[in-house]
Design a protein around this ligand. Structure first.
Ligand code: NAD
Length: 511
C-alpha cells in the first residue's frame, strides 16, 4: 500500500516517557517533512480517483500547499461500496471468530499509539488544531475508542425471550452489512473512531468519507488498520468533495446504514437522499449552541471562569459541544465578565505545532472569513474578534467575547463554530432555564452552582444530550454523546452506540 503519511516518518509514539522539549523537537522534525500525496484506500489498495482528478490541500498554519488529494467521483464511491459488499459477503471479517476480530482491533490500537505523534502532527498540518489538544483528542482518543469496542466484541450476547415452554425464541444480533460513515474536519481521528470502531466490532464493512479539509490523518489511520491485519475491503476510504462523494454514499442502493457527524444543513440532505433511495438508516450527530450557565452561588468562580473560557476557545471554538453561550446571573455579571476577558486575552494564539499554543489556526480561510463576518453586525465586542498573524499566511483570529446579547440575536441562535462567546444575563433559575433552552439545538450544557438540589433541577430541565455540572467538556467512551432537538438523532460512544450497527433478528422455534 502507498504510504499515506508524512514522508519518512517512523514510529513516533507517545508511550515512552518524553519531556516537552524532546517532544517539541520531534514535532519540529515532523512539521517540515514532505507530505506524500496519498491515495484513497479501496479493497485494501491505495488508489487514485478513476478520473485522476485531485484537490489541492492547503496548510492552515501558513496557507502553503501541503499536498494533493484524490478528488473522487460517483464511480469511486461505487467501487468502494462494491469492495465493502464483497468483503461483507465473503465473511472474512463478519464471520471471523469474535476473539480474532478483537485481536486485530487491539493490534490496530497499539499501532496508533506507536504512531501517535506522527498522526497528531499530520492532522494539525491539515486542520490547524493546537497540538497540545490534538495529541490527546486525536490519536490517543481514537486508540482508546478502538480498544473499548474491541474489548466489547466477545462480551456481547444474544437473548432468549421469555416465551411459553413449547417455544424457544431468540433475539440474534447480526451486522447490518455496509455502513457509510461521513465525518467532519474538527477531530477527524476521534470522530472516525466513534463510527468505525463499533461498526467493525459488530462485523460490518465500512466506507468512510473524511472531510476534504482533514483527510490525511484518517488515511494514515486506515493504513495502520491494514497493517494490523484487517482484511481487504472491510474498511475503505474515499476522499473528495462532500456534495459529490458524500451524496453518492447517501444515495447508494447498496449502503445499508449511514452514520454522519457534521452540520444540520447536510444532515437534512442525507435524510432526503435516504428517503429517495433505499431507506437506509441515517444517524445524525449535528451541531450545538451550548449554554454555559453560571449561578451566583458558585463556590469557585475562578474555576468556573477558566472552564467557560476553555469550554469555548480550545480548537478555536471548532468543537461540537463548545459552550458558546454564557448565561451569567445578574449579581455577578460584571465581575465574571471581567475575569473571562482577562483569561481570554492572556491566551496564546498562534502556531498550532508549538506545544505552548492554546489556540491554533482556523481550519480554512473560508471558514475564518465566515466567522469574522458573523461578528460584523455586532457592537458590544469586549475582547478579540479580529484576524491576526496575517504575515504568516495562516488563518488566525483572536477569540471574541460579545456581551449584552439577547436570546433572539442571530449570534446567539446560529452555530458559529468558531472562537466566539456570547454573554447574556439572567435573573433567576427559571429565567436561566428559559434562556438556555431557547435555541433549536440541544447537544450539551454546563451549569455552575454549589446548590445540589438546583444542580439536579437543572440537569432535568435542560434539553441537551449531556449536562456538565461544575466542570465542562469531560467525557469518555463509557458514556454516550448525542443531541436533543435538532442536534441529531443518534448517539456515538458507549455500548448503546452498538445498536446502530446491528440488526436484531428474531428466531422463533417450535419445540
Ligand atoms: P459539514 O456538514 O459541512 O461536513 C461534514 C461532512 O459532510 C464532510 O465530510 C463533508 O465533506 C460532507 N458533506 C458536505 N456536503 C455534503 C453533501 N451535500 N452531501 C453529503 N456529504 C456532504 O460539517 P463540517 O463543516 O465538516 O463540520 C462542522 C459541523 O459538524 C458543525 O455543525 C459541528 O457542530 C458538527 N459536529 C458535530 C459533532 C457531534 O458529535 N454532534 C462533532 C463534531 C462536529
Amino acid at each position: 500500500m502507498r504510504h499515506c503519511g508524512i514522508h519518512g516518518a517512523v514510529g513516533h509514539g507517545l508511550t515512552h516517557v518524553m519531556d516537552d522539549r524532546m517532544r517539541q523537537n520531534e514535532i519540529d522534525n515532523l512539521r517540515v517533512r514532505l507530505v506524500s500525496p496519498p491515495g484513497m484506500i479501496i479493497g485494501g489498495t491505495s488508489v487514485d480517483a478513476v478520473s485522476e482528478a485531485i484537490l489541492d490541500v492547503f496548510s492552515p498554519i501558513d496557507g502553503s500547499l501541503l499536498t494533493k488529494l484524490p478528488d473522487a467521483s460517483e464511480a469511486d464511491v461505487a467501487h468502494a461500496v462494491q469492495a465493502a459488499r464483497i468483503a461483507f459477503e465473503t465473511g472474512a471479517w463478519a464471520k471471523l471468530a469474535p476473539n480474532a476480530r478483537k485481536k486485530i482491533l487491539l493490534d490496530w490500537a497499539q499501532l496508533i499509539d506507536d504512531h501517535a505523534l506522527e498522526l497528531a502532527v499530520l492532522g494539525v498540518r491539515d486542520n490547524g488544531t493546537e497540538i497540545s489538544m490534538a495529541i490527546k483528542a486525536e490519536p490517543m482518543s481514537a486508540a482508546n475508542t478502538i480498544r473499548y469496542y474491541a474489548e466489547a466484541i466477545d462480551k456481547i450476547y444474544g437473548e432468549v425471550a421469555p416465551t411459553d415452554a413449547s417455544t424457544l425464541a431468540m433475539i440474534l444480533k447480526e451486522p447490518i452489512g455496509v455502513v457509510g460513515a461521513i465525518v467532519p474536519w474538527n477531530f477527524p481521528l476521534m470522530i472516525s473512531a466513534w463510527k468505525i470502531a463499533p461498526a467493525l466490532a459488530m462485523g460490518n464493512s465500512v466506507v468512510l468519507k473524511p472531510s476534504e479539509i482533514a483527510s490525511l490523518s484518517v488515511l494514515r489511520l486506515v493504513e495502520l488498520a491494514h497493517e494490523a491485519g484487517l482484511p481487504d475491503g472491510v474498511l475503505n476510504v474515499v476522499t473528495g468533495q462532500g456534495a459529490i462523494v458524500g451524496q453518492a454514499l447517501a444515495r447508494s442502493m447498496d449502503v445499508d446504514s449511514l452514520v454522519f457527524t457534521g452540520s444540520g444543513r447536510v444532515g437534512r440532505l442525507l435524510l432526503k437522499h435516504a428517503a429517495q433511495t433505499n431507506l437506509k438508516r441515517v444517524y445524525l450527530e449535528l451541531g450545538g449552541k451550548s449554554p454555559h450557565v453560571v449561578f451566583d452561588d458558585t463556590a469557585d468562580l475562578e474555576a468556573a471562569a477558566q472552564a467557560v473560557v476553555a469550554g469555548i476557545f480550545r480548537n478555536s471554538g471548532q468543537v461540537c459541544i463548545a459552550g458558546s453561550r454564557l448565561l451569567v446571573q445578574d449579581s455577578i455579571h460584571d465581575a465574571f465578565v471581567e475575569k473571562i476577558v482577562a483569561i481570554t486575552q492572556a491566551m496564546r494564539v498562534g502556531d498550532p505545532l508549538n506545544l505552548e499554543t492554546q489556540i491554533g489556526a482556523m481550519s480554512s480561510e473560508a471558514h475564518l472569513n465566515r466567522v469574522l463576518q458573523s461578528l460584523k453586525p455586532v457592537k458590544s465586542i469586549v475582547a478579540g474578534g479580529d484576524r491576526i498573524l496575517t504575515e504568516t499566511g495562516g488563518y488566525y483570529m483572536r477569540p471574541a467575547i460579545v456581551t449584552n446579547m439577547g436570546p433572539k440575536d442571530q449570534l446567539v441562535q446560529d452555530e458559529v463554530f468558531g472562537p466566539v462567546l456570547t454573554v447574556t444575563r439572567f435573573t433567576s433559575e427559571e429565567n436561566a432555564v428559559d434562556l438556555a433552552n431557547a435555541t433549536e439545538l440541544g447537544l450539551s450544557a454546563g451549569v455552575w452552582t454549589s446548590n445540589l438540589s438546583r444542580a439536579h433541577r437543572m440537569i432535568s430541565a435542560l434539553r441537551a444530550g449531556v449536562v456538565h455540572v461544575n466542570t465542562y467538556g469531560g467525557a469518555d467512551n463509557t458514556v454516550p454523546l448525542g443531541g436533543y432537538k435538532q442536534s441529531g438523532n443518534g448517539q456515538d460512544k458507549s455500548l448503546h452506540a452498538l445498536d446502530k450497527y446491528i440488526n436484531k433478528k428474531t428466531a422463533w422455534i417450535k419445540l
